[in-house]
Design a protein around this ligand. Structure first.
Ligand code: FE
Length: 430
């Protein structure tokens, strides 16, 4: 089974990435940053983990306020480096451990954390700034896969310290109930004292940072009683992102062994680093089985329902491209391109021959069996002027007339919309 061997806590200030890119290892002002990470990379090399579970926040780069969520777990197979306005850093995309991520997602949901899930979103400095100094990459790939958890700490209301700590406690079970033998290292990111907004910008409080690190190690439960305003007052407004560290602390044993700690305040953000070894006993196989059964309980037995295809995380990730292709028919330009030259658009999207064939033949049943969710099929139906009833009949392997006989009223309809409505009316001969 998977095992949490320990955790790294680190600031994620863009300063770190900037120093790495500028090769400032020997520059006296920047040197302490690199020195702080040497013991951590040595510890990582000794531990030989298989995966890093990294808790970070996006800085309004890939996650905007059109849809902002509290706990957003990356469940995809890999992530690119985000462009934050200056062009993306010259770093390769990083692979993810998708199966572990999706297992964790199911477990946390079963523990009644209402998670959101993302894939294909580039990760910003919150993740790649520390990663670029923690992990080697050869320009093509990184030495380890990750599972990212994005925490929405920028738009209040933000999850409380207590909620983050509780999530961490569930995270421990979620990770350690994964059946494969994996060594997992957790990474908590976020700066200690800093404020980068308003007239108070530039606020730091090194004595508080030292106290915070002590409490984090020895009495994290005391920190769960702090409000966001407490953090802002003592450590500056942006230090409220410290709640992310509590997720990681909650996943570790109550007593931890601290094997490294550093603190450096070069400019605006206190760059703290630490390494903690987990002292908890490994989870028993029986406890892991109980946890896995809990996560499977809601869909248990669903496989016995013939002709039923629950759209789970595996389907979502496995068939993301096809679902996105069909979903994006809601975008007028994509819709127009599809109508004008579907073959060209298939090429642009690198759809497989099987996917193209199913779309060309409007094989609704095959598309559903393959992994499309119904709600993108009804979009395609609206575009090609087919009613939902045609789609339903086809999925059941019946003619429209046969299927209509099973309904109380023989009506045809589609999703609403000025274009779809007229087409369906015409197809009904009206
Ligand atoms: Fe941040």
């Amino acid at each position: 089974m998977a095992r949490i061997v320990g955790a790294i806590a680190t600031s994620h200030t863009p300063t770190i990435g900037f120093a790495v890119d500028g090769q400032k290892q020997q520059d006296p002002a920047w040197k302490p940053i690199f020195e702080a990470y040497q013991p951590i990379t040595a510890w990582l090399a000794a531990q030989q983990p298989d995966v890093l579970f990294i808790v970070y926040n996006d800085h309004v780069t890939s996650f905007f306020f059109d849809h902002y969520s509290a706990f957003c777990l990356g469940v995809g197979e890999g992530y690119a480096v985000a462009d934050e306005g200056g062009g993306a850093r010259r770093l390769p995309p990083i692979k993810a451990h998708g199966p572990l991520a999706r297992h964790i997602g199911r477990q946390l949901m079963a523990d009644e954390f209402d998670m959101s899930f993302f894939q294909e979103k580039p990760l910003d400095h919150g993740c790649f700034s520390p990663l670029s100094v923690l992990l080697p990459n050869d320009g093509q790939s990184w030495s380890l896969p990750i599972v990212p958890l994005q925490v929405g700490v920028l738009q209040f209301p933000v999850p409380s310290a207590k909620r983050c700590f509780s999530l961490g406690q569930s995270l421990r079970t979620a990770i350690e109930s994964y059946p494969e033998d994996l060594k997992v290292v957790l990474v908590a990111t976020g700066g200690l004292s800093h404020q980068i907004q308003g007239e108070r910008c530039g606020f730091n409080n090194p004595p508080w940072d030292a106290r915070l690190m002590e409490l984090y190690e020895h009495d994290p439960v005391a920190l769960t009683r702090m409000t966001h305003a407490d953090h802002a007052r003592l450590g500056g407004m942006e230090s409220t992102e410290f709640v992310m560290w509590l997720i990681v602390r909650g996943a570790l044993s109550p007593a931890v062994k601290c094997v490294h700690r550093s603190y450096y305040l070069p400019s605006m953000t206190a760059i703290a680093t630490a390494v903690y070894e987990n002292q908890a006993e490994p989870m028993t196989e029986e406890a892991a089985e109980v946890a896995r059964a809990k996560a499977g309980a809601q869909l248990e037995g669903i496989e016995t329902l013939e002709g039923t295809y629950p759209f789970d995380l595996e389907r979502s990730v496995g068939h993301y491209r096809l679902n996105k292709f069909l979903h994006d028919l809601v975008i007028p330009a994509h819709r127009a391109a599809f109508k004008a030259d579907p073959e060209k658009l298939f090429d642009t999207w690198h759809l497989s021959e099987q996917e193209r064939d199913m779309i060309r033949r409007r094989d609704w049943r095959a598309l559903m069996q393959y992994g499309a969710i119904f709600f993108v099929l009804e979009k395609l139906a609206a575009v090609v002027g087919v009613s939902n009833l045609h789609v339903y009949a086809h999925m059941r392997g019946q003619s429209l007339e046969e299927f209509q006989k099973t309904r109380n009223a023989q009506v045809l309809y589609s999703v609403g919309g000025s274009e779809a409505h007229d087409k369906v009316e015409r197809s009904a001969g009206r």
